[in-house]
Design a protein. Sequence first.
Length: 255
Amino acid sequence: MVSIYSDLARTGFQVDGLHMPAFLKKWFGVWVGSFLFAGCCNSATADASVGTADDNALLDRWLNAQTNLVTWSSEFVQIRKFPTLVNPLKTVGHVDFKAPHSFRWQLGEPAKTVAVRHTDEVLIYYPRLKRAERYPLSAEAKGPWKDAMSLLDAGFPRSRAELEDRFEIVKMECRDGLGFLSLVPKSLRSRRILTGLRIEFGEESMEMLAAEFEFADGSMMRTVYQNPSSNPELGDDLFELKLGADVQILEPASK
């Protein structure tokens, strides 16, 4: 049986010589899936153009369609490809989000990893290892950790203006009843981790269907959302992890 430690090691990545854990990649699928909805709640039309008038209209329709979403839940399938592996890795999971920033993310069934955010930190719990890791979304993070955490904490832009301020819109197109939005981060520091992403959504439903990410180390991750639920009732206790006394809590970002 392959150790979970080896899985965590081979799916991590390097930034300025510092090994970043796998969750920073895995989290992007959830980041888009959650903040994409709440982040667009105050969407407004900007003057910048992404292509044809139809392309701009489709993008504005999609942004405006999210204005009534406060909570969101979805199952997902995450597919990861690495230059060093012949076959892609596939994992199922579930994500819950509550505006403005609370989320709960579970990878695997039964859970191999659980991540929650309810305050100004992300807590990652590995049940098999009886270990948890705390990642502050604040000035406590240092060096490359700060760059990574600032990208995570930014969430998805809250308006068309913020979208174009934070991302370069490479392409916006529609085919076969689907909309495809291709983006790259404008920040050079963000591009050290994420080099590009593509969002897929239904042309009529305006519902996000998938997100695909390209990372600086040449790996790729695709997250496909299944059975999403808009505005389910989610209590605050869902976004809190009650850890036993036997769980070791580490703070890698403080090093």
